[in-house]
Design a protein around this ligand. Structure first.
Ligand code: NDP
Ligand code: HSE
Length: 453
């Protein structure tokens, strides 16, 4: 150790992540002190219930329910409570009392990050949050520091492990959406409220953080377009596989210019078709990966565990050591860079490709009609695949009075899969709406974006 002083570390929360952070701070005390250059002393752990049974055995005398008092005496406050309040008030109190902060709280940073970073900047404090996106995977510091001299063009990321687990089961084992969700729930992959994962809220919070960092801009969670995976069927997954794709829930952040040529940021979360030879296609189970495309560095992929108590604790402890090193070096915290201050554009400004699966009338002139609808919206067809519809075959086989009475049995249909060239999402969405309204279209079976090609 190069210094005999110590830094007082206050831990807020001793749950899945906090319990391991406390254990590792105690077990690896001397090693961490040697690396940081200063002793990191865990002075207390604030929880709701000091008598609660815990997965990790920790000294009883460290526990308190008085978070406010604990914060006042700390140099570094590690917030691992989660949620908005009281986590936000505790973090602001810590900054106000001169402490630096480590947090893994993506929900809080996505909603109130700007306020927290501004408070820290006013007093020269640090707020580190490596665990907030993709848990154990180092991605915050690479974006904030390592790529600070580059020009990030785009990020495609799998940042929600439970939905990746569900989609991966459907793809590899042929599970239905319901069965895959049930297994994910049984294995504890899903949050207590599964809609946070399944409907993309968790991924959208992480997308907001990634987009802000990558483009030096404040991106609020409300600025992230969000679609979940609940509408994805096994049929979609199998059809994607036949075409050489896998379906992933992607968090995407990219630079785009809108129709007026104004450069801005597009941040969105939605299921997408990813080519099977893309690095993200090989991210299986509950793992996460962040694929960064930078002007000078080219493509980079960060991969690993996106959740888990001990895995996430690794990222938290890295932040604690970094803060300790800066304490020793002296000076004020670096703070967040929002210098670019770009506008956040709506999903309509994004450029993407669609794969549209339609049930259409099988009669002369239909293809020309549908191609005309697409062309009139500025959407160009790249691929077209037609097959005789299973629905048609069964319609003629089933002697249903209702069907026969309505004349539907005589109506030959085909399945048409249209792959488009790249176009504005607004144009593609308008084209799908017009296709759905066409007399030639029986139904729109699925619409999926193709990303990463
Ligand atoms: P848990 O729910 O397991 O633990 C929360 C802890 O906070 C508990 O110890 C609880 O106390 C304590 N707590 C709750 N409310 C209060 C309060 N009002 N005052 C004091 N303490 C309180 O959460 P996790 O450990 O899973 O997550 C912590 C953070 O890390 C969250 O922001 C989460 O998003 C983030 N994160 C989690 C990951 C994971 O894999 N779990 C991955 C990446 C990030 P008590 O024990 O007494 O109930
Ligand atoms: N619910 C999250 C996930 C946990 O499935 O990835 C980690 O943030």
């Amino acid at each position: 150790m190069s210094d005999t002083r110590s830094l007082r570390v206050a831990l807020l929360g001793a749950g899945t992540v906090g319990g391991h952070v406390a254990r590792l701070l105690l077990e690896h005390h001397d090693e961490l002190a040697a690396r940081a250059g200063i002793s990191l002393d865990l002075v207390g752990i604030a929880v709701r219930d000091v008598n609660a049974k815990r997965a990790v055995d920790l000294p009883a005398e460290l526990f308190t329910t008085d978070a406010e008092t604990l914060i006042q005496g700390a140099d570094i406050v590690v917030e691992l409570i989660g949620g908005i309040e009281p986590a936000k008030s505790y973090i602001l109190a810590a900054i106000g009392s001169g402490a630096d902060v480590v947090t893994g709280n993506k929900a809080l940073l996505a909603e109130h990050g700007a306020e927290i970073f501004a408070a820290a900047a006013r007093v020269g404090a640090e707020v580190y949050y490596e665990a907030a996106v993709a848990a154990a995977i180092p991605i915050i510091r690479p974006l904030r520091d390592s790529l600070a001299g580059d020009h990030v063009e785009r990020i495609l990321a799998i940042v929600n492990g439970s939905t990746n687990y569900i989609l991966d089961r459907m793809d590899r084992f042929g599970d239905s959406m319901e069965d895959a969700q049930r297994v994910a729930l049984e294995l504890g992959y899903l949050e207590a409220d599964p809609t946070l994962d399944v409907e993309g809220y968790d991924a959208a919070q992480k997308a907001a953080i990634l987009a802000g960092l990558a483009f030096h801009t404040t991106v609020p969670a409300a600025g992230v377009h969000r679609e979940g995976i609940s509408s994805i069927t096994l049929e979609d997954v199998e059809s994607a596989r036949e075409a050489g794709y896998v379906i992933k829930l992607l968090a995407i952040a990219e630079r785009v210019a809108d129709d007026a040529g104004v450069e801005g940021v597009s941040a969105r979360v939605h299921p997408a078709l990813v080519r099977r030879d893309h690095p993200l296609a090989s991210v299986h189970g509950g793992n996460n990966a962040v694929f960064v495309e930078a002007e000078a560095a080219g493509p980079l992929m960060f991969y690993g565990a996106g959740a888990g108590g001990v895995q996430t604790a690794s990222a938290v402890l890295g932040d604690v050591v970094s803060i300790a090193r800066r304490h020793l070096a002296g000076g004020v915290g670096v703070g967040e860079s929002v210098a670019a201050d770009l506008p956040v554009h709506p999903i309509g400004a994004a450029e993407t490709r669609y794969r549209i699966s339609l049930e259409v009338d099988d009669r002369p002139g239909v293809l020309a009609e549908l191609a005309g609808i697409l062309a009139s919206r500025g959407v160009s067809v790249e691929t077209l695949q037609q097959s005789t519809s299973a629905a048609d075959a069964s319609a003629s086989a089933v002697a249903s009075d209702d069907v026969a009475a309505s004349g539907e049995a005589d109506r030959a249909t085909a399945t048409l899969v249209i792959g488009t060239h790249s176009a504005r999402d607004a144009a593609l969405a308008a084209a799908v709406e017009a296709l759905a309204a066409s007399d030639a279209v029986e139904s729109v079976r699925s619409v999926l974006r193709i990303e990463g090609a």
